[in-house]
Design a protein around this ligand. Structure first.
Ligand code: AMP
Length: 282
């Protein structure tokens, strides 16, 4: 495994790999790696000759300075984990290496996709995500790139970007990996107190109940029921919980649309903001 922090050096090495006919798989991350990230890397290892992982905490996708400052960073442990899954190249750039000419413009019409759910509460977040992913795609030039369904809206937006910009990159979604008690793995879980961590599985438990109860009561009522259930523990504050169409994220009005529905939520647990989702279709 080789680690690069200079863009030009990584580009040169990857060009050589490609010139010898090797396919490149790419997993972009912000570090503080866990098994969710590793599952994407393992998929990439299976289906590509070369796997590249980037670790870059992208400042322009944080709409709150405090969230950026508190984002967990643990490079030594990350490198150890990447070695354990036999990752070939790790890219750990500085901001200057990712944005050498300053923050680039990206003309992308995301329509509803970045105005709802996360987009509504984190203005500018997805624009920052799209810009960094496009920069990293330009640098790594992968055949396939791997994204987790844990960040479902992000996955849709990247798929949309690739299709709008006609990029020749296949986007491969990976399932959400969970702790034994159901809590979706997230770098942010590291910031939970012991007490918060104990109650955290309630988010996924409630999502599972929404899936099980789908069809039993009107969509709006089920949504309100789920919000009340999570908020019934005062450590939680639901920011949103929506039952939406999985392709364009419009709120579904009736269970006729169930087979295309996904429930997405963002919940504050103390001052840690967690997101999760569950597909209502099978
Ligand atoms: P992040 O480091 O949080 O930006 O995540 C990097 C990639 O890992 C994104 O594609 C995420 O969707 C994915 N990811 C994060 N958590 C999980 C998880 N629990 N299971 C699967 N993929 C995940």
């Amino acid at each position: 495994m080789k680690t690069f922090s200079i863009t030009k050096e990584l580009v040169r090495v990857l060009k050589k790999e490609r010139d010898t006919g090797r396919s490149v798989g790419f997993v972009p991350t912000m570090g503080a790696l866990h098994e969710g990230h590793l599952s994407l890397l393992e998929e990439s290892k299976k289906h590509n000759d070369i796997t590249v992982c980037s670790i870059f905490v992208n400042p322009i996708q944080f709409n709150q300075k405090q969230d950026l400052e508190k984002y967990p960073r643990n490079l030594n442990e990350d490198l150890r984990l990447l070695l354990s899954v036999d990752c070939n190249y790790v890219f750990v750039p500085t901001e200057e290496e990712v944005y050498p000419g300053g923050i680039p413009e990206l003309n992308l019409n995301l329509g509803r996709l970045d105005r709802v759910l996360e987009g509504k509460f984190r203005p500018g977040h997805f624009k920052g995500v799209a810009i960094v992913v496009k920069q990293l795609f330009d640098i790594v030039n992968p055949d396939k790139a791997y994204f987790g369904k844990k960040d479902y809206q992000q996955l849709l937006i990247i798929q949309h970007m690739v299709s709008e910009l006609n990029l020749r990159i296949q986007i491969i979604p990976g399932p959400t990996l969970r702790e034994h008690d159901g809590l979706a793995m997230s770098s942010r879980n590291l910031r939970l107190t012991i007490g918060e961590r104990e109650v955290a599985p309630m988010i996924y438990e409630t999502l599972c109940k929404v899936r099980d109860k789908a069809g039993e009561m009107p969509v709006k009522e089920l949504k309100q029921w789920a919000i009340r259930k999570i908020n019934s523990n005062s450590l939680f504050q639901v920011e949103y919980l929506e039952i939406v169409d999985k392709d364009d994220l419009h709120p579904i009005g009736s269970w006729k649309e169930k087979n295309n529905a996904i429930t997405c939520t963002a919940v504050f647990l103390g001052d840690v903001r967690l997101i999760d989702n569950i597909e209502l279709f099978s």
